[in-house]
Design a protein around this ligand. Structure first.
Ligand code: TRP
Length: 460
């Protein structure tokens, strides 16, 4: 192992720092909390049989995702550059090889792919915001809502319009610099989103299906668990926590030296998980009370929550606010998906922030057409895992993020000198550091490999 360069004076970031620890926590929370919690978690849990999937998901969140989040932040803060340059720099320092930059390159490609579909889905929530405001859900039953959703995704023009608007807003915010506005947006949005979910929870408790919903989510049926659903649970953990591609690493680059990485990570991971579970607890009772199919797929939230909204007092307002807040939660996540590549274009290619955001965002926007068309014109074009959307989703969540996370654990746990990592994580938190190191060196990388092998059937 190469000797650590251990810079006496830590590097400085090239684009300033977060104004406080709270600003950083909120930024990482804004990245983590998004469509992954409210749109994706319930439908993926539904497709994979519920309880046992949820249990594996929780194990992956705390046993794999949490240590990787800490590793990403510590690498980011030590390198103080975009993920590609950071990994090249640290690779040279710690192992005499710049080839570790590959981790950043794969991560950026992964971010492009994720954002290309993420923006389309965020567009759905904007469309539903307008529908809610027009009181479209009034009196609708499950079948009518199914048709409403089917009608939306069948129309590539409408999808393109909202996708374009969402990418435009993302480009605009990233062009202005991520610190501005993010802090205030997240501070208001996340609590407001939780408040509305709690109100919806009241509906789910009182209108039937609650016991059945909880049973589905929390009573593990291990017979229903397959290798591919274990992989889906791990992929969902990476996706929901925003780890494995360098998004959190890019944010870590702006973290002041004295702030605690451990506390930040534990807070964000707990909040993200609580919100995903809350979404499940709200949605599944509605599914069972209305005889819907838990394995309905990507339309699940859009076909369940409006049923609750129509019966609520003030449902028009609450519904409009809910979909608006969800789009906001998506925006703060989208920003983090684009920040690594924008930082890289600025630092390595002397581009201005605005030009970098436009170039990256424009490319991602164009890629988004693969997802737009997956639900209509190209819906019957199926290969490997299904449509283009299915394949991009599978490739990013289930393969690229875990692979990136695996390389990050190898680098932070095995390649990096323990003096360097101990130096970045609170040196005084001895036991916590020891636990992190065990998880990062052994548990997390071994688990990722086992889940991969299990999914391709090698373990029988
Ligand atoms: N975590 C976000 C969500 O749950 C999505 C996201 C943002 C993401 N940044 C990421 C996913 C980086 C993977 C990697 O909606």
């Amino acid at each position: 192992m190469a000797e650590s360069a251990d810079p006496a004076t830590p590097r400085a970031s090239l684009h300033g720092q977060w104004s406080s620890r709270l600003a950083f926590v909120l930024a990482v929370a804004g990245s983590a909390v998004g469509l992954g919690n409210i749109w994706k978690f319930p439908y993926v849990a539904g497709q994979n049989g519920g309880g046992a999937f949820v249990l594996i998901y929780l194990l992956c969140v705390f046993g794999i995702g949490l240590p990787i989040m800490m590793a990403e932040i510590l690498l980011g803060r030590r390198g103080r550059r975009n993920p590609i340059t950071t990994m090249a720099l640290l690779g040279r320092e710690e192992a005499g090889s710049q080839r570790w930059a590959l981790v950043g390159v794969i991560g950026m490609a992964c971010g492009f792919l994720i954002l290309s579909f993420y923006s389309v889905i965020a567009g759905w929530t904007l469309h539903y915001m307008v529908l809610a405001a027009q009181d479209t859900f009034a009196g609708a039953d499950a079948a009518a809502l199914g048709e409403l959703f089917g009608g939306l995704v069948a129309n590539p023009w409408i999808l393109t319009g909202w996708h374009t608007l969402f990418m435009g807003i993302t480009i605009f915010v990233v062009a202005r610099g991520v610190e501005k506005g993010l802090e205030r947006a997240v501070r208001i949005m996340v609590p407001a989103l939780i408040a509305i979910m709690l109100a919806l929870l009241g509906y789910s408790i009182s209108f039937g299906g609650f016991a059945e919903g909880l049973d589905f989510l929390f009573r593990p049926d291990f017979d229903a668990l397959t290798g591919s659903s274990v992989l889906a649970a791990m992929g969902q953990a990476f996706f929901s926590l925003s780890v494995g591609m360098g998004a959190v690493m890019a944010y870590g680059a702006y973290l002041p030296q004295e702030e605690s990485i451990i506390k930040t990570s534990v807070a964000v991971v707990s909040a993200d998980t609580a919100i995903a579970l809350l979404a499940g607890i709200v949605i599944f009772p509605i599914v069972f009370a209305n005889n819907l199919d838990p394995a309905e797929g990507p339309g699940l939230v859009f076909q369940t929550l409006p049923l609750a909204l129509t019966k609520m007092p003030g449902g028009v307002f609450v519904g409009t606010a809910f979909f608006l807040l969800l789009a906001f939660a998506g925006l703060t996540s989208a920003i983090s998906l684009m920040e690594p590549v924008v930082a890289w274009l600025m630092e390595g290619h002397a581009m201005r922030r605005g030009a970098a955001a436009l170039l990256a965002g424009g490319t991602i926007w164009a890629l988004g057409f693969l997802t737009v068309l997956s639900f209509n014109v190209l819906a019957d074009l199926r290969f490997l895992r299904g449509t283009f959307f299915d394949n991009i989703d599978y490739l990013t969540s289930n393969i690229m993020l875990p692979a990136g996370g695996f390389l990050i654990t190898i680098f932070a746990g095995w390649v990096m000198c323990s003096n360097s990592s101990a130096d970045e994580l609170d040196p005084e938190a001895g036991t916590v550091y020891g636990l992190w190191r065990v998880l990062t060196r052994y548990a997390a990388p071994v688990a990722v490999v086992l889940v991969f092998l299990n999914a391709i059937g090698v373990l029988g």
